[in-house]
Design a protein around this ligand. Structure first.
Ligand SMILES: [Zn+2]
Ligand SMILES: [Zn+2]
Length: 380
């Protein structure tokens, strides 16, 4: 009895080549022994692979459509010694055959893209806020001028690898329960390139690139933050064989400011006031990012109060507007009073009827001195 290859793949008898390929691809992913060790799945995988082999070959498919079985003994040409033809190796090979790899086997290029490089750049707050232009020195691989990246000494040429005869890969035949497997791996002698540099360039030892110091100008945009990276396209390491360079990333490291701490684009600082200034009000001069500003402290200012200077923070990165500057009031209570100062304070306390401590309130908090902590106050 002929095997129903269409049913095995789950496709209609008029399925197109594409539909057959898609159906097999889906089943192979589920059933391949590399992903599904279940013995039943392995048997199904063999059947499914047979069905694909038959239906994807127009001649064999025609035999099926005429009621024959091209895989039956004497019915057609299956790969000798293998249950489903030669040439199928591991999952990688099968996937390669369908997912765009595979087809371009052969020697790989000696030329490869270079690595990205990373460099840290320390900047002051004013520079991260308003942007800066800085010259930086980088030490990366560049194309070797002597051999122009080829790696061979001037006047010489790489020769064909004698191990793989220029194919770049060597094949290995192994036996497994699936039958004979042919696997390819990159040639160890030429690292898969198919050629060997017999006379390496003396300046780069055949790598096609040398390290070189150079100076680059980096433009730091306004509003960058600590830890951000600026990409300089194509300024990274040149690849082996003079391949295209990677990118250079400049990571911003913001130096601590003497007065301001930064939270996003907002700035914060403390203003320490003697008790008397907080009570009577005062003026103070603050050096902001935009120059000196006079801060007015109103009479009766409380500890923890925040004076906000709108728009005096850091400009937003690639956007309009700026953060704010927050001045947090810290009131300092005098600690060392001389006799005269103490006398005056006691007099003030007496005038304000604050001289004797109030009777300590009980659980009911009757004195009014204690209360719940006020929420919403910023803690730093
Ligand atoms: Zn060179
Ligand atoms: Zn080789």
């Amino acid at each position: 009895m002929a095997v129903d290859y269409y049913a095995t793949l789950g496709v209609r008898r008029d399925a197109t080549g594409d539909e057959i390929k898609r159906a097999y691809r889906k089943l192979a992913r589920e059933l391949h022994p590399d992903v599904n060790p279940d013995p039943e799945a392995q048997q199904r995988f063999r059947n499914v692979t047979n069905a694909y082999e038959v239906l994807s070959d127009p001649e064999k498919r025609q035999i099926v459509d005429l009621g024959g079985d091209p895989l039956a003994p004497g019915g057609g040409a299956a790969g000798a010694g293998s249950p489903f033809g030669a040439g199928f190796g591991g999952l990688g090979d099968i996937m390669d055959a369908f997912f765009g790899g595979g087809a371009s086997r052969g020697p790989r290029s000696r030329v490869r893209r270079g690595n990205d490089a990373l460099l840290r750049l320390e900047l002051d707050l004013a520079e991260t806020a308003f942007g800066a232009t800085r010259d930086i020195t980088v030490d990366t691989a560049v194309v070797c001028a002597t051999c122009a990246g080829a790696g061979a000494a001037p006047g010489t040429q790489p020769s064909t690898c004698s191990t793989c005869h220029g194919r770049g890969e060597v094949q290995q035949v192994t036996r497994s329960f699936l039958g004979q497997m042919v696997t390819s791996r990159p040639c160890p002698r030429c690292s898969g390139t198919g050629t060997v540099i017999e006379h390496p360039c003396r300046d780069c030892s055949g790598d096609g690139r040398v390290r070189k110091r150079r100076t680059l100008t980096v433009k730091i945009p306004s509003g960058v933050e600590d830890g951000m990276r600026i990409r300089l396209s194509g300024e990274g390491e040149v690849g082996p064989g003079g391949g295209p360079p990677g990118d250079l990333y400049v990571e911003v490291s913001e130096r601590q400011h003497a007065v301001f701490t930064r939270e996003g684009d907002d700035l914060h600082c403390d203003l320490r006031l003697p008790m008397t200034s907080a009570a009577l009000g005062t003026m103070a001069t603050l050096e902001t990012l935009d120059g000196s500003e006079t801060i007015t402290v109103k009479p009766g200012t409380q500890p923890g109060e925040v004076i906000r200077l709108a728009g005096r923070g850091v400009p937003h990165l690639r956007a309009v507007g700026r953060g704010h500057l927050h001045i947090h009031i810290v009131v300092e209570t005098p600690t060392k009073l001389d006799t005269e100062q103490e006398r005056l304070l006691r007099e003030l306390a007496k005038l304000r009827e604050e001289e004797t401590p109030a009777v300590v309130g009980g659980a009911s908090g009757g004195s009014g001195l204690f209360s719940r902590r006020r929420s919403g106050r910023r803690s730093r």
